[in-house]
Structure formats: structure tokens, C-alpha cells
Design a protein around this ligand. Structure first.
Ligand SMILES: Nc1ncnc2c1ncn2[C@@H]1O[C@H](COP(=O)(O)OP(=O)(O)OP(=O)(O)O)[C@@H](O)[C@H]1O
Length: 276
């Protein structure tokens, strides 16, 4: 077995016209680790995910999954074992919950086009196995009871969980979650945290983008902070939340957002501070 990191981004840069959205950003994710990616609005977090998943071709830099360079095409990246969810939920609203997960599962189905066309025995066996796996995943994320519901009818938090189930259906070794708790209430957020821990416990490594720093500091093994396309700080949650550069970067936000951010950071610090 290779001892290569689950995911490695080496000095990734992305330039849009005159804008350098990412400047030599590196990140390493060990197997079984949860890494958080935080930073003020426009820091380049989603652009970084897009570079990792082949949606954007980085201007320079390399991305390796399990030590092997990833292809530049999103579908091939998924097949290679890197799955993601999106900041804005991207489900098929007129399909059922089960069908949405099956879409993810089809990445792993082996039937050739002729078998699919003829609906032969191999196709039917494959379909049965796909449904079984999709149902297991719905059970895993807690959505079994609504498998026949149209996905557009699900509450927001359940739609986010469904997106995760669909990503898991591709059998990833690494899962990227872009703002998985955005718009969730505190109960849903806590359920999302527990779900991410359970995903990690199955052996999948996870990278999470989140604005909720308290969530990140209590979830992740390590945290990377991006500011204006640059890697500002990388370290354990304790190292990062105590770093004055991080507080300063967040205070650079518009005045109306400052107080909320200070409170988030303070809460995160207070919880983890040794008994204070
Ligand atoms: N396709 C694109 N074309 C041009 N500029 C882009 C493109 N995608 C992102 N950018 C720019 O790159 C910068 C980084 O944006 P990005 O969305 O990655 O930040 P972010 O950290 O994810 O922000 P947020 O927290 O608000 O989602 C921004 O200035 C953005 O306008």
C-alpha cells in the first residue's frame, strides 16, 4: 500500500484575467484526516476546490490523489476517487431522493452501452446492486424514510445530506464539502458534524470549506486559512485560532460582519481553551 497523502495540492495558482485568485497554495490531507479551509469572502476557497476537482485548470501547480496526478476532467476526477458537494446545492429537483443517489452510483457501474441498451442480465444485476448501495447510503445519512420523495420537497438540511449521499455513492477516497452547514439551524449543524465524523470513520478523508469557524475548529484535525488567494496559516485548530494574523484577516471584513466574526472566533476559542 502506498503511504502517499490522500490528497496533495502543490503550489496551485489560478489567474482569471488580471486577478490572481490563488497564489501557490499547497495543501496536504493525510488518510483519515478532516481538514478545514477557511478565509474571508473572496479568499479563493471555492476556486481552490474547483482546481482540485478539474472544474478549473490551474494556471500552475499540481494535484495528486493518493500520489497519482489527477486528470483535468471533472468526470475522470470523480472516477479517480475525489467527490465533492457544492456551495449552492446541485440536486436534480424533479427526481426522487433515491434516483439522485443512483446518479452518483452510475459512476461506478461497469455495464457497457450494449448491455444498458438491451437491459440484459448484467445490466439488471448492476442496477439491483446500485439500488442496494444507494439505499445503504440513504440509511447512512438518515434519509431512508424519504427515498421516494422528490428531492425538491426535502427541507434544506436534508437536501444537503442528500448531496453528501450522492457524493458518497461514487466511492470516493476523498470528499470535498463546500459550506455543508450553510443555512442550517443548530440541530442540523450538529447532525452534519456527526455525519462528517462518521464519514471519516469509514476511511474517507475530508476537506471542508466553512464560514462557521466554531464548527471548523471543533471538527477538523488541521485548518488552512486562505486570504486573498494566499495561504496565511496552516496548523491545528488550537494553533490557528490563537494566531493574531487570522483574527486580523477576519477583522478586514466589512464593519457589519466584524462583530459576528469576532464572536464566532471567541466562541471557538472559549470552547477549546483548557477548561477556561
Ligand atoms: N470564474 C471566475 N472568473 C473570474 N473571477 C473569478 C471566477 N471564480 C472566482 N473568481 C474570483 O476569484 C476570487 C476568489 O473567489 P472564490 O469564490 O474562490 O472565493 P471564496 O473564498 O470561495 O469566497 P466565498 O467565501 O464568498 O464563497 C474572487 O475575487 C472571485 O471574484
Amino acid at each position: 500500500m502506498s503511504s502517499a497523502p490522500a490528497l496533495q495540492a502543490r503550489e496551485v495558482s489560478m489567474v482569471f484575467g488580471g486577478l490572481r485568485a490563488l497564489n501557490n497554495v499547497s495543501l496536504e490531507l493525510a488518510k483519515g484526516q478532516i481538514v478545514g479551509l477557511i478565509g474571508p469572502n473572496g479568499a479563493g476557497k471555492t476556486t481552490f476546490f474547483n482546481c482540485l476537482t478539474g472544474l478549473y485548470t490551474p494556471t500552475s501547480g499540481q494535484v495528486l490523489l493518493g500520489g497519482t496526478q489527477l486528470p483535468g476532467d471533472p468526470a475522470e476526477v470523480t472516477t479517480a476517487g475525489l467527490a465533492r458537494t457544492f456551495q449552492n446545492i446541485r440536486l436534480f429537483p424533479s427526481m426522487t431522493v433515491l434516483e439522485n443517489v443512483l446518479i452518483g452510483r452510475h459512476v461506478r457501474m461497469k455495464q457497457g452501452p450494449l448491455s444498458s441498451l438491451l437491459h440484459g442480465p448484467a445490466f439488471q444485476r448492476g442496477e439491483r446492486a446500485a439500488r442496494e448501495r444507494a439505499r445503504e447510503l440513504l440509511d447512512f445519512v438518515g434519509l431512508s424514510r424519504v427515498e421516494d420523495e422528490l428531492s425538491r420537497n426535502l427541507p434544506y438540511g436534508d437536501q444537503r445530506r442528500l448531496e453528501i449521499a450522492r457524493a458518497l455513492a461514487t466511492d470516493p477516497s476523498v470528499l470535498l464539502l463546500d459550506e455543508p452547514t450553510a443555512g442550517m439551524n443548530p440541530q442540523e449543524t450538529e447532525a452534519a458534524r456527526q455525519l462528517i465524523f462518521r464519514i471519516r470513520d469509514t476511511g474517507i478523508s475530508v476537506v471542508v470549506i466553512e464560514h462557521d469557524t466554531k464548527f471548523i475548529f471543533t471538527l477538523c484535525d488541521r485548518v488552512t486559512v486562505l486570504v486573498q488567494g494566499e495561504l496565511l496559516v496552516e496548523g491545528t485548530p488550537e494553533e490557528v485560532r490563537g494566531d493574531p494574523r487570522v483574527v486580523e484577516a477576519y477583522l478586514g471584513k466589512p464593519p457589519e460582519e466584524v462583530q459576528a466574526v469576532v464572536e464566532e472566533i471567541t466562541h471557538g476559542s472559549a470552547e477549546g481553551a483548557s477548561g477556561e
